[in-house]
Design a protein around this ligand. Structure first.
Ligand code: NAI
Length: 247
C-alpha cells in the first residue's frame, strides 16, 4: 500500500477490525478507528500510537445514519481524505431456529451487519468520487455464501453484504473505486468465542485446515485488496476460511 493513505475501519475495537487497523498502521496509513465501544476503540488507537503510527477514534453506531456520516466526515476533516474503507462492524446475534427469533433481534442484526455497511458506503462513495477514487472492503462471512444452522438472520445479513458488494462494484467500476468483500471462516475473536459457547454450535465450522485462524490472516487479505497489487480486482468476495467453502 502507498504510504500516507487514510484508512477507516469499522468494528476496530476488537478482533478482525483491530488487527486490520494495526495492519493499516504498519503500512504507514493514517487510521480512523470506528466502533460503538469507546474504551476498546481508544485502546486500538493507543496500540497504533505505541507502534509509531497515527490514528484517531470515532465513536459510532454504524446502523445510525448521522453517526456513520460523522465518522466519514471525521476522517476527512482530520486527515483530508478517505482512501481505504474497511466496513467490518458486525454482530452474530443469538443462535436459534428461524421462527424463534424476536423481531427486534432480526432488526438489530440486519441493521448492524447489512444496513450498517450500506450507510458507510452511502457516505464513503461521494467522498471517494470527490477525490478521484478509493478502495472499499466489506466484511461478509462464509455464512453469506452457505447456510449456517441457527444463524439465519446473520446469514441473511451477510448474504446481503455479498450482493451489495457486487452491485456497488459494478456501479463504480469506471470511477476508480474498487469494492470487494472478505468472507472469513472461523477466526479467533471475541465473536467466535461467544459462538463457541452456544450449545447449538455443533459441526458448523470445521475448516479443512483443522484450525482457527488469527485475525491477522484476514487483515492480510484486506491489506492486499486495498493495495495497488489488486488493481484489477473488484466485485470479488474473497474467502479467508481455511478451505471451508471449497467443501
Ligand atoms: P468482534 O466481536 O471481536 O468485533 C466486532 C466489533 O464490531 C466490536 O468491536 C463491536 O463493538 C463492533 N460493533 C458491533 N456493532 C457495532 C455497531 N453497530 N457500530 C459500530 N461498531 C460495532 O468480532 P470479529 O470476529 O472481529 O468480527 C468482525 C467481522 O467479521 C464481523 O462483521 C463478523 O460478522 C465477521 N466475521 C467473523 C468471523 C469469525 O469467525 N470471527 C467469521 C466470519 C465473519
Amino acid at each position: 500500500m502507498q504510504q500516507g493513505r487514510v484508512a477507516l475501519v469499522t468494528g476496530a475495537a476488537s478482533g478482525i477490525g483491530r488487527a486490520t487497523a494495526l495492519a493499516f498502521a504498519r503500512e504507514a496509513a493514517k487510521v480512523v478507528v470506528v466502533d460503538i465501544l469507546a474504551d476498546e476503540g481508544e485502546e486500538t488507537v493507543s496500540l497504533i500510537k505505541e507502534a509509531g503510527g497515527e490514528a484517531i477514534f470515532v465513536k459510532c453506531d454504524v446502523a445510525r445514519s448521522a453517526e456513520a456520516a460523522a465518522a466519514i466526515e471525521a476522517a476527512v476533516s482530520t486527515y483530508g481524505a478517505l482512501d481505504c474503507a474497511f466496513n467490518n462492524a458486525g454482530i452474530e446475534g443469538r443462535m436459534a431456529l428461524t421462527p424463534d427469533f424476536e423481531e427486534e433481534e432480526w432488526d438489530r442484526i440486519i441493521n448492524t451487519n447489512l444496513k450498517g455497511v450500506w450507510l458507510c458506503l452511502k457516505y464513503e462513495i461521494p467522498q471517494m468520487l470527490k477525490q478521484g477514487g478509493g478502495v472499499i472492503v466489506n466484511t461478509a462471512s462464509v455464512g453469506g455464501v452457505v447456510g449456517l444452522q441457527g444463524l439465519s438472520p446473520y446469514c441473511a445479513s451477510k448474504g446481503g453484504v455479498v450482493q451489495l458488494t457486487r452491485a456497488v462494484a459494478l456501479e463504480y467500476a469506471q470511477s476508480n473505486i474498487r469494492v470487494n468483500a472478505v468472507c472469513p471462516g472461523g477466526i479467533r475473536t471475541a465473536m467466535s468465542r461467544r459462538l463457541a459457547k452456544q450449545p447449538q454450535m455443533g459441526k458448523t465450522l470445521p475448516a479443512p485446515m483443522h484450525r482457527w485462524a488469527s485475525p491477522d490472516e484476514v487483515a492480510a487479505a484486506v491489506i492486499w485488496l486495498c493495495s495497488d497489487a489488486s488493481s484489477f480486482v473488484t466485485g470479488h468476495c474473497m474467502a479467508v476460511d481455511g478451505g471451508f467453502l471449497a467443501q
